[in-house]
Design a protein around this ligand. Structure first.
Ligand SMILES: Nc1ncnc2c1ncn2[C@@H]1O[C@H](COP(=O)(O)OP(=O)(O)OP(=O)(O)O)[C@@H](O)[C@H]1O
Length: 464
């Protein structure tokens, strides 16, 4: 179920949008203005915010970013108001929803906000076996540890388990434990009271409380430091958490799913991960095979994304030519489904003619991995972080040049989608914007997302 916050008056067309969203199963909250909306987002957590352009979308986006409240914002306004749409997108809104609302666009927007609701696309027996096991454990309350290389679909599988569980009507909340430094991660997980630390200007519910009655996915749990591991263990055992600066424990009813691309057993052996927490999380283990080990999944997933991105960009649906299918099947997909999705997205935009030809399928052949830099505790065949790939080739270059190239290359890889690029780079969107501004001023070509100019139909599939 999508938790949707609407900022604006529900009297006119926005009310219609709210009714459509509710009829599509969204759980709605409404705020009259941005200040009230931010307070609600801080306290409750949402999957999506729909904000009328009559309100200050730019301030909303900047405040969410400043408070690290990860939630996509879709701006909405009267169809004819193109200038407002452009301003909203420039202010950082993911998309623009023209009013009066179209029921199908709202459905697509809600679906994109919660990710892949249809469940993992699959045809390969190796993946079918994983899903069968996932369905089997979904209805139990046990914790599940999902492992697999980066981009194999661990979060997709976690959502699938949630949607097949008894908690399906409750919230699904995901947190990337590697994305934040320890102190911030702690307040993100457990929440804090007003004044708990300098900068805690208002009380905030943590992810545990937001997931109450539902499921909490702790992604990249292998990156969590031991002190927080102990607090997670306590939350699991006692079913209660302590807000930072709070007066006493708060009861929570949350099922924990954890995901990692590390070999947690090896992390335990190396003394970096608590054994008791490992056993607690690893009640059921699900390992998603790398895409190259389930080749029968490649074409169905590619076709799914070809349809989705054609629709999102207002292009006719096209099939892959035989040579393109051959190229997709012979690639090793070190970035797994995420890489396949990006490749297909790009191919859909580049292809000319009635079919998607091999020339539109741009495949990146990864540089060989220097053995000396390979991480000891990663899974076999794990694609290494960029720092381990070809670092020697960078010696002799200026730091700022390397940074610029990395930023622009990542943005190109993300087809100009700044939110995604900032996520991958681990920097705030504001930092990214400032850097791009500098590069543009210095004459560097900066890629722009095809969906950045709001031309109908709007590419909702790019949310998230
Ligand atoms: N079987 C699938 N069918 C359709 N889409 C998929 C499938 N598996 C993954 N995806 C898509 O691929 C992308 C990466 O998936 P996801 O984020 O779940 O991977 P992950 O293993 O959690 O990655 P990471 O380790 O980097 O967090 C997402 O856009 C997701 O929707």
């Amino acid at each position: 179920m999508t938790r949707l916050l609407i900022i604006g008056s529900l009297e006119a067309e926005l009310g219609q949008a709210a009714r459509i969203a509710a009829s599509r199963g969204a759980r709605l909250r409404q705020a009259d203005g941005v200040t009230a909306g931010i307070a609600m987002a801080r306290a409750e957590g949402f999957d999506l915010i729909l904000c009328d352009v009559l309100h200050d979308v730019s301030w909303l986006v900047a405040s969410l970013e400043a408070e690290r409240i990860a939630c996509p914002v879709v701006a909405c306004g009267r169809n004819a108001d193109a200038a407002a749409a452009v301003r909203a997108i420039q202010a950082g809104a993911k998309e623009f929803l023209p009013l009066p609302p179209d029921a199908e666009l709202i459905a697509a927007m809600l679906q994109a906000a919660v990710g892949e609701v249809e469940g993992p696309i699959h045809r390969d027996p190796a993946m079918a076996a994983v899903l069968k096991r996932a369905e089997g454990v979904a209805r139990a309350e046990a914790s599940v540890l999902i492992t697999g290389e980066s981009g194999t679909g661990k979060e997709v599988l976690a959502r699938y388990i949630h949607s097949h569980s008894r908690r399906a009507s409750g919230p699904f909340v995901a947190l990337n434990c590697a994305a934040l430094p320890e102190a911030l991660l702690e307040s993100e997980l457990f929440g804090h009271e007003k004044g708990a630390f300098s900068g805690a200007v208002a009380a905030r519910r943590g992810k545990f409380e937001q997931a109450d009655g539902g499921t909490l996915l702790l992604d990249e749990i292998g990156e969590m430091d031991p002190r927080l591991q102990a607090k997670i263990l306590r939350a699991l055992q006692e079913r209660e958490i302590d807000r930072l600066g709070g007066a006493g424990p708060v009861k929570v009813d949350v099922r924990i799913l954890a995901a990692t691309n590390r070999d947690l057993a090896a992390e335990v052996a190396a003394g970096r991960f608590r054994e008791d927490l490992f056993f607690r999380l690893n009640v059921v283990a699900l390992r998603i095979p790398a895409l190259r080990d389930r080749p029968d999944d490649i074409l169905p997933i590619a076709e799914h994304f070809a349809r989705r991105y054609a629709e999102a960009n207002g292009l006719p649906p096209r099939r892959f030519a035989a040579a393109a299918r051959g190229a997709l099947l012979s690639h090793s997909w070190p970035g797994n489904v995420r890489e396949l999705e990006n490749t297909v997205h790009r191919a859909v935009l580049l292809a000319e003619g009635d079919e998607i030809g091999a020339e539109a399928v741009e495949l990146h052949v990864p540089a060989p991995r220097p053995a000396a830099l390979a991480g000891a505790a990663t899974l076999p065949m794990e694609p290494q972080p960029a720092r381990a790939i070809g670092v020697a080739a960078l010696v002799g270059r200026r730091m700022e040049d390397v940074e610029r190239d990395l930023i622009l290359e990542t943005l190109t890889h993300c087809l100009g989608n700044r939110t995604r690029a900032a996520e991958i780079l681990g920097i705030s969107i504001r930092t990214l914007r400032n850097k791009l501004h500098e590069y543009r001023a210095a004459g560097a070509p900066v890629p722009v997302a095809p969906g950045q100019m709001p031309v109908a139909p709007f590419p909702y599939a790019s949310i998230g």
